[in-house]
Design a protein around this ligand. Structure first.
Ligand code: ATP
Ligand code: MG
Length: 650
């Protein structure tokens, strides 16, 4: 093994051991920070091998029993190969490497959001077990590469809601607002504070993302490529801001970064280079150049050191060394880096400090800073703001009014006689189908987008899923109720469905209940099928199948499909409404629609005859009860499906 001056020069300094229990909930700006270490972190994933494994993207693939690489089946892909390192408070640690080298994967593991196969993660010398990791997640801010928000909220609202949910509930509103103001100032967001997030530029969105995470004054800040998509000046400013934050408040800042400028590269306190999941260098940036020089790969004068590293790791380097052997510079760098030196040094210090801190008692710990009720209140508030702009738009109100008029005109002033039975029934079937489908697709569409925000916020311990779920249902209720009501008020009376207010209210009630079932089915599909396109296909097929079974289109359902009718909320809605509407004897009018009238225009027939003709099954109460069940049951499954999903999953 070749000598590694920068590795042997490693030292952990005289860090004081701070047990995790001593990390306070309240602000303690004089805190001496958290030292994060990881040794021999290994992560593998199972990938389905559907092509020759020789076409792997750099990471070694272990295919048990598949020596020729041509067999199919699952293979284990190593995405982190025994990586070790540490990041100290007050310092900025940069992780670099080509695309696919494992930067995001390592950050996911360090943030506690993704499991790893083996290795030790420790904080201030205390190894982190699952329990400790859970507790720590709220202290670790993780700014992901993609900026996920509720885009209709303003910057100020975004920060205010985050402050409300994540800062201790005991804090006064003023104190929370002061933190919001401090963050806005820190990230220079005052000019856009009142703009909706969707209007912001990429750099501004990134700063809102960072601000959202910094609001809770985390001890460790992880950032996945915070400078991607930013121009070089903005990137430098951002990194400088993070450096100041680290130094002033003793934060531990860890970021992955692509191609920093020379000056930026030199300004990092420590860097870790990864290639194909393996570490190829860990230490001070300056020492990395010494290291390369000793290995005959020195950086040419005036050349950007970070670019030079990337050239070497991409295998694009024009080094004599690379040309004279069959090995690329990247392969050699992977081979030469001795991870064990660091790992052993880390092991010793972790064991020593771990021993010291094991005496500290584990307190009862809640991941959340706020109570369930408080979370619910804030989430209803936020969701109302969000759904008011997403569902309660003027265009949706106009749509409801217009469709109400269209239905009203087409079914205008129907008589209550034999000839209008089909029209009356079809009015309700259209009404049900339209509003149930509308709520199905609306709730399906909103959910996949919210799900990412929710998973992200939940990973940082912002609130309980049940609080979110209930808040979501509550806050969408007004919009879901008002829009169909607008339609009904217009069309019901224009079509002269009935002159009775009680019939009007009863039919509106059933319509709303069926809207809730549509919403529940949409939520269910949205939370279980991750892919939007697949979800839409599933939902369309399910919705049309259920609608066809609804009793209006197909009246003689094949007997082997009889059971399926019991799954159709459309059928329950239709069968619940018809007995309410046809509650009086229907006069014959000579149109010969009902056989019992026999073509006569005198006399009338009992409503039961009409309901039988329309294949209505079961009582109103039973059908309404089933609607109620379908409005609730899919929500439970959706809730548990969402619960099972973790943020680190891909
Ligand atoms: N769940 C997974 N299943 C299969 N492969 C995965 C999974 N997670 C990560 N990988 C693979 O692991 C490798 C490392 O991915 P990672 O996202 O960590 O790279 P990265 O260094 O962040 O790249 P980039 O710079 O492009 O963001 C990639 O080849 C990726 O395809
Ligand atoms: Mg990445």
């Amino acid at each position: 093994m070749s000598s590694q001056p920068s590795q042997t020069a490693l030292s952990f300094g005289d860090d004081e051991s701070i047990p995790i229990d001593s990390v306070k909930d309240d602000r303690d700006r004089s805190s001496s920070g958290l030292l994060l270490r990881w040794s021999r972190l290994r992560k593998t994933v199972l990938v389905q091998k559907s092509y020759d494994s020789r076409i792997s993207f750099g990471a070694p693939i272990i295919a048990p029993g598949a020596a020729n690489g041509a067999q199919r089946g699952n293979t284990k892909k190593v995405i982190l190969s025994d990586v070790s390192g540490f990041a100290r408070p007050g310092e900025v640690f940069a992780m670099m490497g080509p695309s696919g080298s494992g930067k995001t994967s390592l950050l996911n593991c360090l943030s506690g959001r993704s499991p790893y196969e083996s290795g030790v993660l420790s904080i201030n010398g205390k190894p982190l077990d699952q329990q400790n990791m859970k507790r720590l997640m709220a202290k670790i801010a993780y700014v992901k590469q993609t900026d996920i928000f509720f885009e209709h909220l303003t910057v100020y609202d975004q920060l205010f809601y985050t402050a409300s949910l994540r800062l201790p509930q005991t804090w006064s509103k003023e104190k929370k607002l002061a933190e919001v103001d401090r963050t806005i100032e820190l990230l220079r967001l005052s000019k856009v504070a009142d703009s909706e997030i969707r209007m912001l530029s990429g750099g501004e969105k990134k700063r809102v993302n960072i601000g959202t995470e910094l609001l809770t004054d985390p001890e460790i800040v992880l950032l996945d490529e915070p400078t991607s998509g930013l121009d070089s000046t903005t990137s430098v400013e951002l990194v400088k801001m993070l450096q100041q934050l680290a130094q002033k408040s003793q934060k531990t800042v860890i970021m992955s970064i692509h191609q920093p400028s020379s000056a930026l590269f030199q300004s990092f306190d420590r860097v870790l280079y990864l290639a194909g999941g393996s570490a190829v260098y860990f230490g001070k940036p300056k020492d990395s150049l010494v290291y390369l020089k000793e290995h005959g790969m020195s950086c040419p004068d005036g050349y950007n050191a970070a670019d030079h590293w990337m050239d070497l790791l991409d295998g694009l380097s024009s080094y004599t060394y690379a040309r004279s052997t069959s090995m690329t510079t990247r392969q050699r760098l992977i081979r030469d880096w001795d991870n064990e030196v660091i790992a052993k040094e880390l092991d010793t210090s972790v064991n020593e400090e771990g021993d010291k801190s094991t005496t500290s008692k584990n307190k009862e710990y809640s991941k959340y800073n706020t109570s369930w009720g408080f979370q619910y209140k804030i989430l209803v508030n936020r969701s109302l703001k969000n759904s008011r702009s997403a569902i309660f738009t003027p265009i949706n109100i106009i749509k409801s009014v217009l469709i109400g008029f269209v239905a009203g005109v087409l079914y205008f002033q129907m008589d209550y006689t034999e000839s209008s039975i089909q029209d009356r029934a079809s009015y309700f079937f259209f009404t049900m189908t339209y509003w149930v489908m509308d709520s199905m697709f609306q709730s399906f569409m909103t959910f996949p987008t919210e799900r990412d925000v929710v998973l992200k916020e939940r990973a940082s311990g912002s609130y309980r899923l049940s609080a979110y779920f209930l808040a979501k249902t509550t806050s969408e209720l007004p919009a879901r109720v008002i829009l169909p009501c607008v339609y009904m008020v217009i069309s019901f009376w224009m079509a002269s469905i009935s002159n009775s207010f009680s019939i009007f209210f009863a039919t509106v009630g059933i319509t709303l209940l069926s809207v809730m079932t549509g919403e529940a089915i949409g939520l269910l599909v949205g939370s279980t099928v991750y892919d939007m396109e697949k979800g839409q296909t599933v939902l369309t097929v399910v919705a049309l199948f259920l609608a066809l079974l609804g009793g209006f289109f197909v009246q003689n359902v094949p007997s082997w499909l009889d059971w399926a009718q019991y799954l159709s909320p459309f059928a329950y809605a239709f069968f619940a409404i018809l007995p309410i509407v046809f509650n009086e004897p229907i006069p014959c009018d000579g149109s010969d629609i009902i056989p019992q009238c026999g073509g006569s225009d005198t006399g009338s027939i009992a409503p039961e005859g009409v309901l039988e003709m329309l294949t209505v099954k079961n009582s109103v109460a039973f059908n309404a009860g089933m609607l109620f069940f379908f409005a609730l049951f899919p929500r439970f499954i959706a809730y548990f499906a969402l619960r099972a999903k973790k943020e680190g999953d891909r």
